[in-house]
Ligand binder design. Structure first.
Ligand code: GLA
Ligand code: ZN
Length: 689
């Protein structure tokens, strides 16, 4: 699949970062000039501007000053750089909070926040929505046809919730629309429990540590509401932009698995996805986990954007300044981090930040231009190398993933699991478990799409659903049909316990997936951290820990059994032939070894295309498919040489050029990028037989 360039007229990959020229207005003759020279040297073609510029654009209520922004836009255009132009709603000027206190949030303890920080605004406040729309309209009127305008960067890292009276009222309206009557709400929330029956929607208050904080229905619906209100705010923000500049895409920068917004739902209203990537590289063997974890986050963000190319909107060229330990990237790791984004489907490498600010908290955060203002620094040299690599790989832009395996990560499910009173109360380990399944799928040589329960399953041959505790309406049936029609599903313990209202399934877990899985789960054993059991499969023992479900086969066959305890010998790993497909069930939490072996087995059974190389532990792989060619990325996440064997003949795109096949050595943190014709004589694309 080939997509058009994200910024019209800019084919190829984007390279750039967050740029705050308004911090240097008094030195623009030197600093701005230097900025442009450095951007050119580093092969930078986009800069994100205006993200936190509200107080410079509207210094007092209704008084606008675009003069400096005019100059910046003209300067970018003159230098062939596209602006990723932001709406400034991520941080408001003090005068706005002073004049309209309702724009500031009220926290869950019902404390009205004072002016401060950023991202501290109410998503409901009509005043805030109006002020944002007004300034956005003016930006679109002024720059909508400016040659520098490339993209709209909407706000910054939306998140959190607000418990003000306006939000309470909007929440009640949300509940009325969902349930129709208070009796229906009482029934759905099981409110006869603890005498919780409401007689009016007016009695409902958002969850609070000083009030109701244990009602499952209330909590889940508050999270749904806060997420929906954020998405509504986004939609409102973009209205004037959509009206005045319908051809300029809008995107907001996301934070991978941030809990407060259902990113898949937000993705449905965005033109594409973008996200801020801050992996904790350490320069050691442990970076293999970091590499796999960041690949998961990239693949998740690609899924949020509907599998189209996305943008890595932020990343640090060296250390950040806010992690507990802010270690430098080891030489070569910036290139690895950057090309990994491209490998997973990003069409950009963008940094926070372009120039280090002189003051305030981000003065020591990594940047393209350091306080020393030199090009001969290690970081500048390395990011110039990234810029060159991106130019060399420009043909990759617009190509997309064509995975046949999908892994489900679902926000509603994660919210329900976080609140649920069972197993390990404080940490059910959902995200970690999903990442572990991702690691297993990747180690089995598969390209993986990360999707949620609302996604269309028909493009896939294999769907993995780890800890699918809450089943969204219709999903059980869709997954069942998927298997009936020949798909392979992999389910785990703690699946199909509750429906969309957090009401338990009667007649045996995994509820609506009982038939397809061919098992029923009788009890869930939660182990202490030091406890261990094992799953015995094909004469091998694989560690089982944390959660062991005691299950019974109905139509399924037992493949593996528990090794010890009172359920020793009972099924722990099962397979069910169902319709034209298969369903596997893993009853206990286990490590990557079993997951890799199982996904390998399932992939062989289902005849899934596998990455055409033999790679050792620590080498990541990823595929993008373009119009005529398929691109293969191999990434060494380790500080040592890695020996890989290519199973075909390819055209090398990076680092060298020319034909390549057979055994290869990837240096520490090294990346190899290959191409093969989709319908050619050389190799062909296993993804397009
Ligand atoms: C976030 C923000 C940026 C900046 C970086 C620092 O991602 O969006 O404005 O604060 O963090 O890492
Ligand atoms: Zn509010």
């Amino acid at each position: 699949m080939q997509y058009p360039p994200i910024i019209s007229g800019v084919p190829g990959l984007l390279h750039g970062g967050d740029y705050n020229p308004e911090q240097w207005l008094d030195q623009k003759d030197t600093i701005w000039k230097e900025d442009m020279a450095y951007a050119k040297a580093a092969h930078i073609n986009t800069l994100s501007i205006g993200i936190f510029s509200w107080s410079m654009l509207e210094p007092s209520d209704g008084v606008y000053d675009f003069s400096w922004m005019d100059e910046v836009m003209d300067m970018l255009a003159a230098n062939g750089i596209k602006a990723v132009l932001a709406t400034p709603s991520g941080a408001r000027p003090p005068w706005l909070a002073e004049k309209y206190p309702e724009v500031l949030r009220v926290n869950s303890r019902r404390e009205h926040q004072l002016y401060g920080g950023r991202h501290n605004h109410c998503f409901t406040s009509p005043v805030y929505r109006d002020k944002v729309q007004e300034i956005n309209r003016r930006l679109a009127q002024r720059y909508g046809h400016h040659p520098a305008l490339g993209l709209w960067h909407i706000s910054n890292e939306y998140g959190g919730d607000c418990h003000c009276p306006l939000c309470q009222q909007a929440f009640r309206e949300f509940l009325k629309a969902r349930y129709g009557s208070i009796d229906a709400l009482n029934a759905a929330w099981w409110n006869t429990f603890w005498s919780h029956r409401y007689t009016s929607f007016d009695q409902i208050e958002s969850p609070s540590p000083i009030g109701e904080d244990v009602s499952l229905g209330l909590s889940l619906n508050w999270r749904r509401f806060a997420s929906a209100q954020t998405i509504d705010f986004y939609t409102q923000e973009t209205l004037p932009l959509k009206e005045l500049t319908p051809d300029i895409p809008c995107v907001t920068n996301l934070m991978s698995t941030h809990p407060s917004t259902d990113y898949f739902a937000l993705g449905k209203v965005m033109d594409l996805a973008s996200w801020d990537n801050y992996p904790r590289w350490n320069g050691t063997e442990g970076d293999v986990e970091t590499g796999v974890d960041s690949a998961f986050r990239h693949d998740l963000m690609r899924g949020v954007g509907g599998q189209k190319p996305f943008l890595m909107m932020e990343s640090s060229p060296s250390s950040v300044n806010w992690q507990p330990v802010n270690k430098l990237r080891r030489p070569g790791q910036l290139l690895l981090q950057s090309l990994q984004a491209i490998a997973c489907g990003s069409d950009s490498v963008q940094y926070f930040q372009f120039r280090k600010s002189r003051g305030q908290t981000e003065q020591f955060h990594g940047a393209v231009i350091d306080h020393a203002r030199r090009q001969d620094t290690r970081v500048f040299q390395e990011l110039t190398q990234v810029g060159k690599a991106l130019s060399q790989l420009s043909m990759v832009a617009g190509s997309a993933a064509e995975s046949r395996a999908a892994l489900i990560f679902d926000w509603e499910n994660r919210w329900a699991l976080e609140d649920a009173w069972l197993a390990k109360r404080a940490d059910k380990g959902y995200e970690k478990t999903v990442v572990q399944h991702y690691a297993g799928l990747k180690a089995a040589g598969l390209d993986v799409d990360v999707i949620d329960q609302t996604a269309d399953l028909t493009p896939y041959k294999l769907v993995a659903l780890p800890m699918g505790y809450l089943l969204r309406k219709g999903f059980g049936k869709r997954l069942t049909d998927f298997v009936r029609n020949g798909g392979t599903a992999v389910l785990t313990y703690m699946t199909g316990y509750v429906d969309e209202e957090c009401l338990c399934y009667l007649n045996g877990f995994p509820g609506e997936l009982r038939e397809v899985s061919g098992i029923w789960a009788e009890e869930l054993d939660t182990l202490y951290p030091e406890d261990r059991n094992a799953i015995v499969w094909q004469n091998q023992k694989y560690e089982a820990f944390d959660q062991c479900e005691v299950i019974h086969c109905e139509t399924a066959k037992s493949m593996g059994v528990y090794d010890s305890d009172f359920y020793a010998g009972t099924p722990a790993l099962t397979e069910n032939d169902f319709g034209a497909g298969h369903c596997y069930y893993i009853a206990a939490r286990t490590g990557t070894e079993l997951l890799t072996a199982l996904y390998r087995h399932a992939a062989e059974q289902a005849d899934l295309p596998r990455f055409p190389a033999d790679v050792p532990y620590g080498v990541g792989t990823s595929t993008r498919v373009g119009q005529d060619e398929t691109y293969r990325f191999l990434m060494n996440y380790t500080p040592n040489d890695a020996h890989v064997t290519l199973l075909g003949e390819y055209r090398q795109l990076y680092p060298g050029q020319g034909s390549i096949s057979g055994a290869q050595v990837l240096p520490p943190w090294g990346v190899l990028v290959l191409a093969e014709k989709n319908e050619g004589t050389v190799g062909g694309s296993p993804l397009r037989p």
